[in-house]
Design a protein around this ligand. Sequence first.
Ligand SMILES: [Zn+2]
Length: 306
Amino acid sequence: MTFERPLSCRFCAAPGGRLTLRAHHVYGGDATRAFWECSHCGIVFLSPPLTPEEEARFYRQEFEKFMEQRSGPDRDWKGAEAHVASNQDHVLRRMQVLQPFLAEQTNVLEIGCSSGFMLDAMQAAGAHCTGVEPSAVFTDYLLKKGHKVYGSLDALEADQPRPFDLITHFFVLEHIADPRSFIRQKLRLLKPEGRMVMEVPSATDALTSLYRIPAFERFYWSIAHHYYYKPKSLRYLLDELGLAYQLIPSQRYDLSNHMVWLGEGRPGGQERYAGVFSAELVELYGRDLIEGGYPDTYFVVLTRPE
Ligand SMILES: [Zn+2]
């Protein structure tokens, strides 16, 4: 054991006595790092965190490769079109949450728009979309498609955009070292009463919190994530920011994916047994996980105060 117990919680500053070791294997990390859980605020945090220099290097050089290795055959990172096609399950799940907030000419900003598969879907629903994506991998593709995309939030703000009705970010918050200033900064770009919809992986995930599969433990806790959230820590954060919000549990990975983790100890099983499991069974399994308190994902819908 070469990692050290942190002196306090990185998220709420509770003393070290409130911390328990949650994961000692950090995917993509080394033996000096671990994930700790705080019994006060509920967060699971990486310690020690990546330095800003290490983090900049990671996103500049390694992120897409890292994601391609990590996501297995479920997500295709080989090209923009393939990436868009392989993410349509995300589109379906997210649009159910977004639909009430989308109308003709709704002015939307997506932070971390990747290959633009959500921009495509929201635009098709009538919205006027802008994207921010620091990775340059898909930039040419997005521009060719006619999307309005910026390489950074600073570049967007320099253009003085009109206030947005809706800001979305999916699987972004867990990568952010300072989520408080991240959320505050985005709220300033919203109209009063504007919405922000975000999606975060949840540490309530059955594969770690119910089945505790050793192979999954070695996979789940990623060097790319500063924090793993669950309802308790999300409430802690959003209450502290004084925001009105709604938490919506969701199950991304299906029964086949879970069976492959249990049987083979690896990712990539999504829909593998679609010919055997009925759609009703898969639906019911997901619903039972959610109702039992083990969803793998949460949506947060929050409203900018007046
Ligand atoms: Zn804490």
